[in-house]
Design a protein. Structure first.
Length: 292
């Protein structure tokens, strides 16, 4: 199978590409520099110079491929529209990546008992309205002959394609803040709960969706959950700070991350549909048990 992967050089994308190449697929990916192109070529991919803003190029690469996986910027509407336009009427598979932050509640460190599955209605916060609209655009392309699906990962953890990429799992801003404090950071009490998913389990879901997802499907990807305080401990261990954690106030969080931000939010989901429909069987890897 020939697969075009947008975001092939990222944490999730690199792990997905490695799995596709292991099973013998031909993979094409975008590169913004000669250095990136060389890295993709060394990995066994076919690099093409370009960016998500090159919509004509995206249309061509999509139409020339048997399937498309987008693990790049979730809210880049023009690139997603270019891909769906190119695949219209083809019945080819298009997997788009969003995230469970679409159901976040901005609780500022307080715990919520609300848990969502793929059938639970929700209203996105103001910061996620655009993302949800793009997700709906992808799902709606099923009416135009695209075998489209959207995957919503929880907080992704674990070694992706041979490296731990904490900046991709969280954000460069968060990691810089943790480095400044020499501790993992949480907001308020840090009791807000987030669903998590190991990178290997997430990659398995992409492969299953590529082969068996029906048009218009959506899948929450989770294999457990933990509090933000526990996640902060994970980051601390990965950065070599021995599990040290520190709380910051809501005002400090707004100064560091802007408003809204999701480090103080609950994002609790259950991947019911992926397990039932695709036979997805994520492994049990408690995040806090992972070695530093």
């Amino acid at each position: 199978m020939k697969v075009f992967v947008a975001g092939a050089t990222g944490y999730i994308g690199g792990a997905v590409v490695a799995a596709l190449l292991r099973r013998g697929d031909r993979v094409t990916g975008l590169a913004r520099s000669n250095e990136k192109a060389a890295a993709l070529r060394k990995a066994g991919m076919d690099p093409v110079m370009g960016t998500l803003d090159d919509t004509g190029l995206l249309e061509r690469l999509s139409s020339e491929s048997d399937a498309v996986i987008n693990v790049s910027i979730s809210e880049h509407r023009a690139s997603v529209a270019a891909i769906t336009d190119a695949l219209r009427g083809s019945n080819k598979s298009f997997i788009h990546t969003s995230g469970v932050s679409v159901i976040s509640d901005l609780a500022w460190g307080a715990r919520s008992e609300k848990v969502y599955d793929e059938q639970t209605p929700f209203e996105p916060t103001a910061g996620r309205v655009n993302r949800v609209a793009i997700d709906k655009m992808v799902i709606g392309s099923a009416r135009d002959g695209v075998t489209s699906s959207v995957i919503y990962p929880g907080v992704v953890y674990g070694d992706g394609n041979g490296r731990e990429n904490l900046s991709a799992q969280f954000s460069p801003t968060y990691i810089k803040l943790a480095a400044r404090h020499r501790a993992g950071v949480y907001i308020g009490a840090g009791e807000n709960v987030m669903s998590t998913v190991h990178i290997d389990d997430l990659v398995d879901l992409y492969l299953l969706a590529l082969e068996g997802a029906p048009a218009g499907a959506s899948y929450f990807a989770e294999d457990g959950e933990c509090t933000m305080r526990e996640l902060a401990g994970y980051v601390s261990r990965m950065l070599g700070f021995g599990g040290a954690v520190v709380s910051i106030t809501r005002d400090a969080a707004i100064r560091e991350f802007g408003e809204p931000n999701y480090y103080g939010s609950n994002g609790r989901v259950r991947g019911v549909r992926a397990r039932r429909e695709l036979g997805w069987k994520p492994g049990a890897r408690p995040l806090n048990s992972l070695p530093a």
